[in-house]
Ligand binder design. Sequence first.
Ligand code: GLN
Length: 558
Amino acid sequence: MTKYIFVTGGVVSSLGKGITAASIAVLLEKRGLRVSLQKLDPYINVDPGTMSPYQHGEVYVTEDGAETDLDLGHYERFTQAPINRYSNATTGSIYSEVIRRERAGEYLGKTVQVIPHITDQIQTAIALGAQRGTDVAICEIGGTVGDIESLPFLEAIRQFALEAGPGNACFVHLTLLPFLRASGEMKTKPTQQSVALLRSIGIQPDILVCRCEQPMEPGMAEKISLFCNVRRDDVIEECDVATTIYEVPMNLEENGLGRSLCRHLRIEDAARPDWSDWQDLVERVAHPEGELEVAVVGKYIQLHDAYKSIYEALNHAGAAWKRRVRLRKVAAEEVADRGPEACLEGTAAVLVPGGFGERGLEGKIATARWARERGIPYLGICFGMQALVIEYARDVLGLREANSSEVDPDCKDPVIDLMRDQRLVQDKGGTMRLGAFPCRILDGTLAARVYGRDMVLERHRHRWEFNNHYRQRLEEAGLRCSGIYEARDLVEIVEVEGHPFCVGVQYHPEFKSKPLAPHPLFRAFLGAALERLEGGGEEGEDEEEPSRPLGATRSLSR
Ligand code: GLN
């Protein structure tokens, strides 16, 4: 029977609830348990797919094509948990379903209400999110206790836990212990009040995880225990980490969270978990052998969360090469204004992430040209791949007006264009090409050396595609189409022949990179940058991995 952990947050938002939930999952996986993870978001959008990255950060795409909250990215990076469309539900998705059922007559004769109909539907979503064969399902409630919108969710988890019975459900509440500089002390009152609020809703937290900038002062945990009605050893400190978020699971283990969870869920906690893989990872991140600067040229660079998975994937690859990745975040518009040289000079590699709309595209195209002409490693993701294709068509094929019909619907040479099925689409939500598609990797290409296999599954989120009308001409001019979605003959990867690493991918490899298993494309990208700077770096102990980034790039170097 599946047991449940509900994670709520209090005092302020952005406490790192997602990372804490993911870390809880790691603690349990380390004890040999199968876990699932789910995020419930109280906003009214059906999914975050239609929100601006500035509102919400990146939209994380699951294998089965759901557009979801970026916390699911943490879940997937930290754990082995199955993450799919059931791993995220919102007020919007819950209400849509209830209203659909009402129209279908499923509640005939009844007044449809928040309690029990909405709360029942939330409980159904929780049960679905627990997936099949799970020992412990972890469910994170977005927002902060006290928000109007989260009330039905809190009521639903209260009912759910009651039904599950003692020992089968556990409430973890994440709070903040602010440090007041003026008086030089850490305060517990916000935590007390946040717990009081939760208790007024009928939820007594079992475990309090207290976020703080520095270790708790003596006596503080006792005080929190007393005022919040939580046992002393269920008050867990979660201090800011010095180097990387991947320290968090081990810190929480050290502070007794694993033990505490097992006690509440009545799980035998005999085996001593082996943390050597995470220790090794943190060690690599904490003590790199050098630095590598990567420019990320995008539209939303002011907000770190907007390209969260990309930055994480770069960190994973950096750790594999024992290098700290220094990010140079460049606004694409600035490249268009000031020129690429002024913005990018001195950087070891350039990454152009995905994006939408006209703003910044010319800067991305200029960036691709700058990197291509100088032999500087370039990785274009989605819109970044499209920018490379436009650049190549304009500069090498001489099609001066080449563009994407997304930004110039009447352009003479739409080298990036809409497929017929997308032309008919009217609704914006959930209608892009979404989720994982198989990509055939062609022999003898850089992509083949990078991946070391001939078929990969990668995730998509876009409408526009490489226009096959121009394929032969571009290939003859040296832009190799090295990855194909065969069912519809779509170009998924392009690479510039003779360049150490100038690659564009129509999909989003960043969603499949994990700290303990960096994505081969990101590894090869940084490997090429290292080779250019240092004539090659020493990779760690991952000799058995199929992709050998250095070998791949060396054979193509000029
Ligand atoms: N705007 C482009 C498209 O829809 C690229 C999307 C993206 O980069 N995710 O095709």
